[in-house]
Write a protein that binds this ligand. Structure first.
Ligand code: 5AD
Ligand code: SF4
Length: 516
C-alpha cells in the first residue's frame, strides 16, 4: 500500500460532499452519487476524554420481535481480525444475526451479509482490512443486494471512517465497538434505505448485558471488563475501546455458572487490562483476586484470564492463583520492553526492576507458574543498549513464549509524534534476534516435559495432519498426539516423548502416572 493512501489527512476534505438534510437522527450527505446517513461518527478528541459520568448497565433485548424474521432464508459471514476481544465480539454479532434469522456460511458467494470486524492495533492489521475491502468490491458490483459492513476498532477511527465514505463507498454499514447491540437496527436501516449507514459512538461506553452469543467448541470467552485507561503512548486501544468499566460480579458469575452448566471445559476471562477489574465499581471493594476466588468455586475445569498489566497485578491475585484448582498456572504478562527508559517513554508506569520483582514473586508463590509476554521492538529512539536490556530480561524471566511486534505508529497517539531514528532494517534485525532468544527458552520449557504425563484438553486436529490431534496443557503448551476425533473437547492424558520449540509431542496413556 502506498504511503499516499496511508496519509489519512487527505480524507478529511469533504468539499465535494453535499449535505442533503440534518436533523435529530443525524446528517445525510451525498458524495459522488452515494447517499450516506451519518447517525454519529467517531471523534478522537472525545474518545480521549475520561469523565466522571457513571457507567450505565443496560439489560437489552437487542433483537426485537419485529426484526427476528429479517434474515430468514439468508446467510451471513463475519471475518474477524485482531485479538480475543474481537473474536468474542464476533460471537455476539453472530448471535444477534442468528436471532434475526440469518444462517452461517463460509462461502462469500452464498452470503447476503458480510461483516469485517476489524483491528487497529498495528498498521498491517489495517492494510489487511483495506485489501479485503478491495476484493469485496468486486463481489458487491456483481451482487448489489449484498450488505457489506465494517465494524470493530478501525471503525472507531475518524480517518478510517472518512476514507471509507470517500473511497470505498460501496460499504453499506459502519458501526463501532460501543454500539454492537445496535446491529439489528443498522441492518434494517441499510436494507430499507439503500444508504450507507454510519453509526459510531465516541462516548466513553456503557455495559450492555444479555446479548446473545454464538459460542463454538468447549472453550468460552467471558468479558469481565471493557476499555482501558492506561494510555500507553503507542497504543490506540484506549481510544477505540473507551474507558475502563467492569461488569458487575453477579453478571460475570451468572454467565460462568451458565457455561459450566452447558458443559464448557475452559473459560478465559477477558479485558484489555483485567487487573483493573472492580476499581470502577462504586461502593464495592472487589478486585480481580476476589472474582477469581469466587469463580474457582464453580465447577468448570480450567479458568484463564487475559490480559494483565504488571502495574496493577496485586498480591491478592497471586495469593488466589497460588491455590491452583481450576485456576491455571499460566499468566500472560506483557512487559513490552526490558529498558526502564523505554518503559517510561511508553508510559507503562513500572520499571524493569519492578517487573522482575513481580515475576519473581509469581514464580515463588505459584508452583509451576509459566509466564508469557508481549514485546515491542523499535519503539521511537530505542538504542542498541536498550534493546539488549530487553533480551537480558527475556533471559532472566525465561518466558515460555511471546508475541513480538515491530513498533507501528498509530495516528493520534503520543508516540506517533516522537522522533524515530531507528531504521526499519535495524528493527527487523532486533525482532529476529528477539524471536531467536524466545525460541530458545520455548525449547528449554518443552524439554522439561519429556517423560512426563500431562493433562491435555483436546482442541481439534492438528493443522498439518488429520490423524494428529492438538490440545493444550494447563500452562497453554501445545501438545500433538495421535488419537481419534471423538476425543475433541475431552481431557486426556499424554506421555511426552518429543519436544520442539513451540510444541511437545506424545502418546495417549490411559491413566496418569504423574501429572506434570
Ligand atoms: N505497535 C506495535 N505493537 C503494538 N501493540 C500495541 N500497540 C502497538 C503498536 N502501536 C502490541 C503490544 C500489546 C499487543 C496487544 O500489541 O505489545 O500488548
Ligand atoms: Fe494498550 Fe497499554 Fe491499555 Fe494494553 S494497557 S490496551 S497496551 S493502553
Amino acid at each position: 500500500m502506498s504511503k499516499q493512501t496511508k496519509d489519512y489527512s487527505q480524507y478529511f476534505d469533504f468539499s465535494d460532499a453535499k449535505v442533503i438534510s440534518e436533523d435529530e437522527t443525524g446528517k445525510k450527505i451525498r458524495i459522488r452519487g452515494r447517499e450516506i446517513h451519518i447517525m454519529s461518527e467517531p471523534n478522537q478528541r472525545e474518545e480521549k476524554k475520561r469523565g466522571k459520568q457513571e457507567v450505565q448497565v443496560m439489560y437489552e433485548n437487542a433483537v426485537p420481535e419485529e426484526l427476528r424474521q429479517i434474515g430468514v432464508g439468508k446467510h451471513y459471514l463475519v471475518y474477524t481480525f485482531g485479538c480475543q476481544m474481537n473474536e468474542h465480539d464476533s460471537e455476539t454479532i453472530k448471535g444477534m444475526l442468528e436471532q434475526m434469522g440469518y444462517q452461517a456460511t463460509e462461502s462469500r458467494d452464498e452470503a447476503d451479509i458480510i461483516l469485517l470486524n476489524t483491528c487497529a492495533i498495528r498498521e498491517n492489521a489495517e492494510d489487511r482490512v483495506f485489501g479485503e475491502l478491495g476484493h469485496l468490491k468486486t463481489l458487491k458490483l456483481e451482487r448489489p443486494g449484498l450488505l457489506l459492513g465494517v465494524c470493530g476498532c478501525m471503525a472507531q477511527e475518524e480517518g478510517v471512517v472518512n476514507r471509507i465514505m470517500q473511497k470505498h463507498n460501496f460499504v453499506d454499514m459502519i458501526f463501532g465497538t460501543h454500539n454492537i447491540h445496535r446491529l439489528p437496527h443498522l441492518v434494517q436501516g441499510a436494507l430499507f434505505s439503500k444508504e450507507m449507514v454510519v453509526e459510531v459512538w465516541s462516548k466513553e461506553g456503557d455495559i450492555v448485558e444479555n446479548l446473545p452469543k454464538k459460542r463454538q467448541g468447549m472453550r468460552g470467552w467471558v468479558n469481565i471488563m471493557y476499555g482501558c485507561d492506561k494510555f500507553c503512548t503507542y497504543c490506540i486501544v484506549p481510544y477505540t475501546r473507551g474507558k475502563e468499566r467492569s461488569r458487575l460480579p453477579e453478571d460475570v458469575i451468572a454467565e460462568v455458572r451458565e457455561l459450566a452448566r452447558q458443559g464448557f471445559k475452559e473459560i478465559t476471562l477477558l479485558g484489555q487490562n483485567v487487573n483493573a477489574y472492580g476499581k470502577d465499581l462504586e461502593g464495592m471493594n472487589y478486585t480481580l483476586g476476589d472474582l477469581m476466588e469466587d469463580i474457582s468455586k464453580i465447577d468448570i475445569p480450567r479458568v484463564r484470564f487475559t490480559t494483565s498489566h504488571p502495574r496493577d497485578f496485586d498480591d491478592r491475585l497471586i495469593e488466589v492463583l497460588a491455590k491452583g484448582g481450576n485456576l491455571v498456572e499460566h499468566i500472560h504478562l506483557p512487559v513490552q520492553s526490558g529498558s526502564t527508559e523505554v518503559l517510561k517513554k511508553m508510559s507503562r508506569k513500572y520499571t524493569r526492576e519492578r517487573y522482575l520483582e513481580l515475576a519473581d514473586k509469581i514464580y515463588t508463590s505459584i508452583p509451576n507458574a509459566v509466564l508469557t509476554t508481549d514485546i515491542i521492538v523499535g519503539f521511537p529512539g530505542e538504542t542498541d543498549e536498550q534493546f539488549e536490556e530487553t533480551l537480558s530480561l527475556v533471559r532472566q524471566v525465561g518466558f515460555d513464549s511471546a508475541y513480538t511486534f515491530i513498533y507501528s505508529p498509530r495516528e493520534g497517539t503520543p508516540a506517533a509524534s516522537m522522533e524515530d531514528n531507528v531504521p526499519m532494517e535495524v528493527k527487523k534485525q532486533r525482532l529476529q534476534r528477539l524471536n531467536d532468544t524466545i525460541k530458545q527458552y520455548g525449547r528449554i520449557s518443552s524439554e522439561k516435559f519429556l517423560g512426563q504425563v500431562v493433562e491435555v484438553l483436546v482442541e481439534g486436529a492438528s493443522k498439518n495432519n488429520d490423524h494428529v490431534l492438538a490440545g493444550r496443557t494447563r500452562t497453554n503448551k501445545l501438545v500433538h498426539f495421535e488419537g481419534s476425533a471423538d476425543l475433541i473437547g475431552e481431557f486426556v492424558h499424554v506421555q511426552i516423548t518429543d519436544s520442539k520449540s513451540f510444541y511437545i509431542k506424545g502418546e495417549l496413556v490411559a491413566e496418569p502416572a504423574v501429572i506434570g
